[in-house]
Design a protein around this ligand. Sequence first.
Ligand code: AMP
Ligand code: MG
Length: 315
Amino acid sequence: MNEIDTKILSPDAVGLTVAAELLSGGGLVAFPTETVYGLGVDARNSDAVARLYAAKGRPSFNPLIVHVETLAVAETLVEFDEDALRLASAFWPGALTLVLPLKDGAGISPLVTAGLDTLAVRVPDHALAQSLLAAYGGPIAAPSANPSGQVSPTSFAHVRDQMVGRIDGIVEGGTCGVGLESTIVATRPVPTLLRAGGLPSEAIEAALGQELAQAGDAAAPNSPGQLASHYAPKGDVRLNAVDVRVGETLLGFGAVEAAINLSASGDLVEAAANLFNALHQLNALGAEKIAVSPIPEHGLGRAINDRLRRAAAPR
Ligand code: AMP
Ligand code: MG
């Protein structure tokens, strides 16, 4: 990847205005929250989300947490049940992420949800994060602001040392108070702890008046990795297809004649941004046999191939 000129942004109205402008333009901006520094992008912009995966060097498309200013904004994106409302009232703003059914027309990029029909949302309890959300006025998807496989950053220096040259801006805030990722809970079919984090699960259980199921329990929702296979296309998938056989629909990459092309110009960022829509389109077309053009195994190609290999795995 080419080096990007990373702007260091002051933690005041001037810096946050520039941060919001960068986000509007599809830019990547790191900012402090009370848990860890997040690497933010507009959650509605698939190209921006694809660039975020590239900047982190993530080898797979894990769903991302979307940060919003208030519960009221969250309610425009996801469906709240009674338990979810209770938890949001008790712990927001704070280090709790709720995984809830995505509303139709919420406008969130399918790269953010990794094609799932649920969305992880959180209202951060940090003055600068709140001010940035207010200045921007839109949902910000933000995983931790570190290269994949490295430790989550809890200070400005961590982010600067790891991300300068890879992202558009860093808001120079202080140290993160909690210093641990958020606790993630899904409330349906039963309240379930998906990830332990900064908010102790005992506090959540006390607010709910019941114990949390653990991810992996029989009644609990599947972990996202397992869920992902449910969202594989319905047809059989053949990878690295250099020809198209009778009855196959081609999911193309590069200069090929295809029913759907991830990127005719062979651009991996464009291909990543199109991936989940393409998988949905294949179902809409009723494709029973799907051939997929070879996709190079570097940069975002690794995450795209990881996803396609899951789609091709025997079910
Ligand atoms: P990070 O943004 O790096 O802190 O990681 C986000 C975490 O949230 C990952 O562990 C995801 O698996 C989890 N997550 C995000 N969205 C969902 C979802 N829709 N269902 C289940 N887990 C999710
Ligand atoms: Mg992380």
